[in-house]
Design a protein around this ligand. Structure first.
Ligand code: SAM
Length: 268
C-alpha cells in the first residue's frame, strides 16, 4: 500500500475516494489508509461487503460480453469507469472484437491518470474527465474526441456509479438525460445498490454515508426500474446482479445477492 499514489497534485488524499475504496474491496493495491478505514466501517455492518464489489465486477464483465457478442454493439461509453482492475471493459470487449471503440469517463483525477497510462497504447480507447452530474458537457467531451459516432448505436455503462449520486443530484433526471442521448438501438447497462433487505441495506447505507466515503444510496426496485423508462429491458430484466445471465464464474448464492440490482435496456 502506497502512502501517496501517483496522481495529480490537486487531489485531496486525506479523504476516502470511491474508486480507491472499490479497488481495496476488489483486492487491488491503489488504496490509502483512509480508504481502508472507510471500507472497515462498511465491513463492521456487513462483513461480506467486498463481495458486492466482486459481484458487480462480474456482472459488468457479463454485461459487456453480452453487448458486444450478442447485441452487436461496437461503441461503449463507460461512465464512472473506476481504476483499472481485473477484466477491464476494453479487455472483455476486445476479446470478442478488437475493433470495439471505448471512451472511459470519470470525475476522479487519480482514475484518469491511471486510465491514461494504461490506455495510451490503445488506438480504440480514450479517456475524458467529466461528471455524470453534468451530462450535457459530458457528452460534448465524448463527441469532441471524434472516436465514436453517437448517431449510430452505442452503449452507455453506468456500473456502480448512480448510487453515488445523492437524491439532491436528481439521479432520475440525470439518467433520463443520458437516455435521451441514446440513438435508436443503443443500450444502457446499469447496476446499483439495492434496498430489498431493509436492515442490512439501511446499516450499510449509513456506513457508506457516514463512515468516511460520504456517498452510497441503496434504492428500491421501483426507483432503479425507473432508470430504464422508455427502454426495452433485455432478458432477464432488472434482477439481482448475480441473476443476470450467470456464467460459470458467477456466485449465484452470494451472501450479498439481495443488496445489488442490475439490468440492460435497449432504446427502441
Ligand atoms: N464502473 C466500474 C465498475 O463497475 O467496476 C467502477 C465503479 S466505482 C464503484 C465508481 C466510479 O464512479 C469511481 O471511479 C468514481 O470516481 C466514479 N464516479 C462517482 N461519481 C461520479 C460522477 N458524478 N461522475 C463521474 N464519475 C463518478
Amino acid at each position: 500500500m502506497d502512502e501517496q499514489p501517483p496522481g495529480p497534485s490537486d487531489v485531496d488524499f486525506s479523504r476516502a475516494s470511491i474508486a480507491r475504496v472499490y479497488d481495496y474491496l476488489l483486492g487491488g493495491r491503489e488504496y490509502l489508509e483512509v480508504d481502508r478505514r472507510a471500507a472497515d466501517a462498511m465491513r463492521n455492518v456487513v462483513p461480506e461487503v467486498a463481495e458486492i464489489a466482486k459481484d458487480n465486477r462480474c456482472f459488468l464483465r457479463r454485461g459487456v460480453r453480452y453487448l458486444v457478442r450478442d447485441a452487436g454493439i461496437r461503441q461503449l461509453v463507460d461512465i464512472g469507469s473506476g481504476l483499472p482492475s481485473d477484466g477491464n471493459v476494453n479487455e472483455v470487449a476486445h476479446a470478442v472484437d478488437a475493433g470495439v471503440r471505448i471512451v472511459y469517463v470519470d470525475n476522479d483525477p487519480v482514475v484518469l491518470a491511471h486510465a491514461r497510462a494504461i490506455l495510451a497504447r490503445d488506438e480504440h480507447s480514450d479517456v475524458v474527465s467529466a461528471d455524470l452530474r453534468r451530462p450535457g458537457p459530458l457528452f460534448e467531451k465524448v463527441a469532441d474526441l471524434g472516436l465514436l459516432d453517437l448517431d449510430a448505436p452505442f452503449a452507455v455503462l453506468l456500473s456502480g456509479v448512480v448510487h453515488h449520486l445523492s437524491d439532491d443530484d436528481d439521479p432520475a433526471g440525470l439518467v433520463a438525460a443520458v437516455r435521451e442521448r441514446l440513438s435508436p438501438g443503443s443500450h444502457l447497462l446499469l447496476s446499483h445498490f439495492l434496498d430489498d433487505d431493509e436492515s442490512r441495506a439501511d446499516a450499510l447505507e449509513r456506513a457508506f454515508l457516514h463512515g468516511g466515503l460520504g456517498s452510497g444510496r441503496f434504492r428500491t426496485w421501483t426507483e432503479i426500474r425507473a432508470y430504464f423508462d422508455g427502454l426495452e429491458l433485455v432478458e432477464p430484466g432488472l434482477v439481482y446482479a448475480n441473476e443476470w445471465r450467470p456464467d460459470e464464474h458467477t456466485q449465484v448464492e452470494s451472501p450479498v445477492r439481495t443488496l445489488y440490482a442490475a439490468g440492460i435496456g435497449r432504446k427502441p
